[in-house]
Design a binder for this molecule. Structure first.
Ligand SMILES: Cc1cc2nc3c(=O)[nH]c(=O)nc-3n(C[C@H](O)[C@H](O)[C@H](O)COP(=O)(O)O)c2cc1C
Length: 227
């Protein structure tokens, strides 16, 4: 009887490993290709070229481009886990999400993905093309939905306020700005363009993205080839 019980437990453990290989919770996880640490455009040229882009070509992006964009936004750049964007006290309150449209990214189904910086991977959190709904939540800024992808930066303020109290709220907003500029410059350096949107209905956008209530969205950045 004891042996039978042990066999059943073993089979259940093996089955769970097989069905939930990456996260232990059944989430679909996509490993991103490694980012490049050299490019063909100087920082100065990217700074000079950067503009808020609001017109995008109907052309998707590759997984390599997505990898580069997300890494630049807030990926890890150091074995200690430090990031491309500075973070007050290394508390890392930011959560980066990718909204991928239909045919927005080769090799990626339309949906919402959470970026996991430590693994440089994407975790699918919701299926379907959410761009129109996001644009509506952003006070009907229809131009946004023409971009093949959008990067949404949300934050868990408590990670920062646990150390700095109310001041951590300000620090978190500052950190979003750093990450946003990283994305802007990387998009330019890849020959792409990015927009930036802070005008949205907080609750409406959270609902569209089904974000946990402790991860409010702070910035939306549509990215794609310029039209
Ligand atoms: C925090 C923030 C929020 C913004 N929100 C919007 C927005 O909701 N919609 C939009 O079209 N542009 C938005 N912008 C872009 C500004 O309009 C733009 O940066 C400004 O006109 C200067 O143009 P430039 O970025 O091309 O230099 C935002 C910019 C920032 C920094």
């Amino acid at each position: 009887m004891k042996h039978l019980m042990m066999s059943v437990v073993m089979v259940m453990v093996m089955a769970s490993l097989f069905f939930f290989p990456s996260s232990g919770r059944g989430a679909e996880v996509i490993k991103l290709p490694p980012p490049a640490h050299q490019g063909s455009m100087s920082v100065e040229a990217a700074l000079k070229a950067r503009r808020t882009v609001r017109r995008f070509a109907a052309r998707g992006l590759s997984l390599a481009q997505i990898s580069q964009l997300l890494w630049a936004t807030d990926g890890t750049s150091d074995p200690r886990g430090l990031r491309t964007a500075p973070s007050a006290g290394a508390t890392f309150p930011l959560e980066i999400y990718l909204v991928a449209g239909d045919r927005g990214v080769g090799q990626l189904a339309a949906g919402l993905y959470r970026y996991r910086p430590q693994e440089h991977a994407l975790e699918l959190t919701q299926k379907g093309d959410l761009r129109q709904a996001v644009a509506r939540a952003c006070l009907f800024q229809a131009w946004m939905a023409e971009a093949p992808v959008m990067v949404v930066i949300a934050a868990e303020f408590a990670r920062c306020t646990a150390r700095y109290g109310q001041r951590g709220v300000m620090y978190t907003h500052m950190e979003v700005g750093h990450a946003g500029q990283n994305l802007f410059l990387q998009a330019e350096a890849l020959g792409l363009g990015a927009g930036i949107v802070g005008a949205f209905e907080d609750r409406g956008l959270s609902q569209v993205l089904k974000l946990p209530s402790h991860h409010p969205p702070l910035l939306v950045m549509p990215v794609g080839y310029k039209h």
